[in-house]
Design a protein. Sequence first.
Length: 411
Amino acid sequence: MSDTMTKDGLLVKYGLPAEVKFCKKCVLSNQRPQPKPEIKYTPNTPQETTFFDEEGVCSACRYAEMKDSSIDWGKREKGLIDLLDRYRSGDGRYDCVVPGSGGKDSGFASHILKNKYGMHPLTVTWAPHIYSDIGWKNFQSWIHSGFDNILITPNGKVHSLLTKLAFVNLLHPFQPFVFGQRFAGLRIAMKFNIPLIFHGESPFEYGCSSLKETEESGFRKKYFCSESSDPASIYLGGVSVKDLVKEHGLDMNDLAMYMPLTDKELGSFPMEYKFLGYYIKWDPQEAYYYAVENTGFEGNVERTEGTYSKYASIDDKTDPFHYYTSYIKFGLGRATMDAAQEIRNHKINREEGVALVRKYDHEFPSKFYGEFLHYMGISEEMFLERIDSARSPHLWVEDRGTWKLRHAVFY
Ligand SMILES: [Zn+2]
């Protein structure tokens, strides 16, 4: 990837748009990566970002408008019922897979599929790096509210090594988790021969421009398959699989859960990969209330560092670093993500959202910092060096030892 420059000659990293723009309706900027990127198994591919239209509004806000006005939800629900009628089992077999952690979204999705629509879901969980106490408690409550579950806990030695490499090479410590999670539900579905897979929220909620392709075959190929199965061209944590084997003492079995499928493997499986949020109008706060009521879900007693919310993504102690590294690379922290979503769902207005971003977006997640460093096996010195060298000059400026964003939604 050749780096570009801004008009003022500032370097632009990661293939991001050189000119920073903020959405007129929410607090998101055009530096936000696509929420469900295609599989890019090389470290040099430019980042695809959220689409902004000519009126300066992001695609997630446009989708929120459609949810409120033009989508016929009655028709969509009928489509859901037709689909479920085709798959519902009457003989004790599982008839759908719901991947998730037992958080509010998978709690809501699995419970409503089972109790309102009479399905028989098998839930599948790809374990967090380090369970938080509340995350483990919520996971247990979910199962005890009436679900069979397969928990896949990856090889800890391999997972922490890949996480470290992804942090050091890409400043994306969550990449191995994301890949493992992406494939876990599908791999179990294939093993049990359950073609119907349900996620909760649709990626369109967060500005995925290729969602319409979920209804087409193109999406599944982009999402689950790699063009090549050559270990020299597939990268994990910024290192080719070939080098992971050669230089880090791993073998192909160690990496199997992170690897994309081949066209051939997936091609013969009649997968129906669906988002419940496509069929019924999704509201994260309502999903939260529903999960509290029905699957024993509990929010945290205190707000999550870097934001003001208490109930989203709280099951993994390392999760705050996923958002913090996003803040460093794209200038968008966790409060931005929460506020943008709440503006779209009419929980707060834009002015309140801007104030929340100003107050919390920059906050460093110190609570599990030591555990995160220990998990990856790196020093604090190395952590800080990687953080600072990942800052793109078009987003950040250093002023007497303090880093400052050049562009923020609040100035
Ligand atoms: Zn927006």
